[in-house]
Design a protein around this ligand. Sequence first.
Ligand code: ARG
Length: 457
Amino acid sequence: MWGGRFAAQPDDAMQAINASIDIDQRLWREDIEGSKAHAAMLAAKAIITPEDNAAIQAGLDQIAAEIEGGTFPFSRELEDIHLNIEARLTERIGEAGKRLHTARSRNDQVATDFKLWTMRATREASDGLRALQKVLVKRAEEHAEWVMPGFTHLQTAQPVTLGHHLLAYVSMAERDRVRLIGGALEAAWECPLGSAALAGTPYPIDRDMTAHALGFHGPSHNSLDAVASRDFALGALSSLSIAVTHLSRLAEEIVLWTSPQFGFANLSDAWSTGSSIMPQKRNPDAAELIRAKAARIGANFAALNGLVQKLPLAYAKDLQEDKALTFAAFDDFALSLTAMIGMIETLSFNRAALREAAARGYSTATDLADWLVRELKTPFREAHEITGKIVRRAEETGVAELALLPLSDFQAIEPRITEAARALLTVEKSVESRDCYGGTAPQRVREQAQRWMEMFE
Ligand code: ARG
């Protein structure tokens, strides 16, 4: 492929380190799409003849059919997907095939192909997040008033509703979508094609034509930037890293919730695994692997960043390694999403265990302090102190919930505490009272679920 410059063949190991076809063959659709747009433009600008263009278009369509049908002869000697397709084209259509590479380089070609691939994958990742959001909203609505413990420091803090907890992840996923679509994708809208090797080309090409044919907003404004930059992939991977961090946190909660120690939820058989030695086990392997995938995706972002950050302009072969990292990150993300959707869809929650855990740890103590502030006009710091004493008394007398502590015990510490105050200390009353916008009250959860569903339509 190098024409006249070389007399001898490359070393086998040279070929092994240099060939990327095993990885970048996934770019075949984008490569053919890019070449078709390029050839059509060359013909429109009379750089090649209409006949050559027609032969190229037909030849590329046939190659697409070959690849789709699994009969395309991929060759490592031909290094990458670009040279594989070009060589095959010439094999099939002769002379005209050799004209396709006029006014372009593999450098603008690969930047364009890879960008197209990444943009499509980014949209798919965002659609996948939307699918997860829908499942979460449905489950949240079903469990809008189920009470569970809310934690800080993984210590019982205040009761919350399960619906509210699930909707927290819908908000996270929404911001993830904004980062993917509004951030990463939005920054990728310039078409590199026509930048050629690094400096542009002397041919009278029409870069608007190719850019628009490929669905970009327009041509890139600087040829060096266009062939050297991979921040479109970095943007996508950084957004994916954050998105999968959110999936990983939810996965971690599934691991905790489904442990016998928590007993909050059960995974369906389809999403559990057994143990080869312990017959009683139901393991949350998929959730654990999502945590692992999160680590890998973050690492791939770091690796891609490291790969780009020391390169002078413009293209360097290091950039070839961008694809394996990016493909793997998107693959891991898609699989993680599928698994998470499956788990959430079929997770069954244990209402009694959730409620019992919610009441443990004197979780409604803040409600009592708030009552003292509201009804007795006690300054909050004093109310905090009084409530602390009451909690201690409950603990000392072996009463597990404030709502179950006899009124006389409250009044021993603050005589003005009434039965009405005590009645507010159930977990149900506690969550109902937190009805500020964005709060955990069942009514607010239903309202938010409704808001999301309207947004999804
Ligand atoms: N396979 C190469 C890559 O993915 C294509 C570009 C090669 N360009 C070059 N000047 N060697 O980066």
